[in-house]
Every structure is written in C-alpha cells, then in structure tokens.
Design a protein around this ligand. Structure first.
Ligand code: ADP
Length: 172
C-alpha cells in the first residue's frame, strides 16, 4: 500500500445509487443528510435494479416519486435524480464524481456494502464510498418490507411519504 495522498476535487459531487423501488423515509433521510455534506448530490436509479431484482415500478416512475419528494423537501436545486443502466463506476464518471453515498442499517447491510465498496475502489482507483448510518427510526425500513406491507394492504404511513403510499395502494 502506498502512502495515501489527499486529493480534493474542485467540487464535491456525491452519487447515491439504489433501486428505490419505491423510495422510503429511510432513503429520504439519507438524501437530506448526504446533500448537506456535498455541493451536488445525484440520486442514481438503477434501471433494472441490482442482480436478481425485478422492480415493481419502472425506473421513470421511481424517479418521478423521488423528484416529487426532493422538490417537497426544498432541495431540488442541489439534488438531481438520474436513471442509469451502466456499471456504477461509469455512471459516477459521467457525473464528474468519485464518491458513492450509501446508507447502513446494521450488520446485515455491512458485508454486502463493504464488498461493493471494495469492488468499486478496485475498478476506479479514486472511488470512495461514504456511509451514513440509518436514522434510528428507520433502521428496520426497507423497500422489500414496504412492498410486502402494501401487498397485504397494511398501513404505510410511517414508512413512506403519502404520495408513495398512494401509488402503492393503487398498484395492489
Ligand atoms: P440497492 O438495490 O442498491 O440495495 P436500495 O434502494 O434498496 O438499493 O438501497 C439504496 C441504498 O439505501 C443502500 O445503501 C441501502 O443500504 C440504503 N438504505 C435502504 N433503506 C435504508 C434505510 N431505511 N435507512 C438508511 N439507508 C437505507
């Protein structure tokens, strides 16, 4: 390992990638806190989801829900939502970024996130991954759980914003 050399780009662009199928209050908390740490935050929506995923909302619907929430939070000037279907590192480069933002809910996320971060660092030398811990009230919230509750017509009000809850209830 060589001695680390600090490199600071002129502007700090973070990329928060995910499937967001659909966006939850946990994701929105990471977006608000992540945006406070950089000049520009790009929320990258993986079009087909990750390996083995088949999203219930098409990418543009997922993006529209996110854009509406970001506008509602008053941070549209700084946060952009973009759909991508390339390798994450190529998406990062196209955004002029070398920093991935991810959320960590607990030990279950940790191993997967560490290996993703390591793979990205091998593929793109200057790539960093910044982890933000989940909000204490959102450590149990996942899009998978939200979809399951929606399928059984349960109460989504503490897990997703009202617009997303309406979309889910309309779908099931
Ligand atoms: P992916 O398919 O990449 O896992 P997700 O949309 O499920 O996409 O999650 C995107 C990112 O948001 C991941 O880093 C995940 O750990 C994080 N995340 C998901 N739910 C929460 C939550 N409730 N609180 C904080 N971070 C979360």
């Amino acid at each position: 390992m060589r001695k680390a050399k600090a490199e600071f780009p002129d502007s700090r662009v973070f990329v928060y990638p995910g499937t967001f199928d659909p966006v939850t209050l946990g994701h929105l908390n990471i977006i608000a806190r992540g945006a406070a740490l950089c000049d520009r935050l790009v929320v990258g929506i993986a079009k087909g989801g990750g390996a083995g995923k088949s999203p219930i909302f098409v990418a543009e619907e997922r993006a529209d829900m996110l854009r509406a929430e970001i506008a509602d939070m008053g941070i549209s000037g700084q946060v952009e939502v973009v759909v991508f279907e390339t390798l994450l590192i190529d998406f990062l480069k196209s955004c002029g970024s070398r920093t991935v933002l991810r959320g960590l809910r607990g030990a279950a996320d940790f191993e997967y996130e560490m290996s993703m971060a390591a793979a990205n660092a091998v593929l793109y030398e200057n790539c960093e991954t910044v982890f933000l811990r989940a909000h204490p009230g959102a450590t149990f919230v996942s899009s998978t759980m939200v979809r399951e509750i929606a399928r059984h017509k349960g109460d989504l009000s503490k897990l997703v914003p009202p617009l997303v809850a309406r979309k889910l209830h309309a779908l099931f």
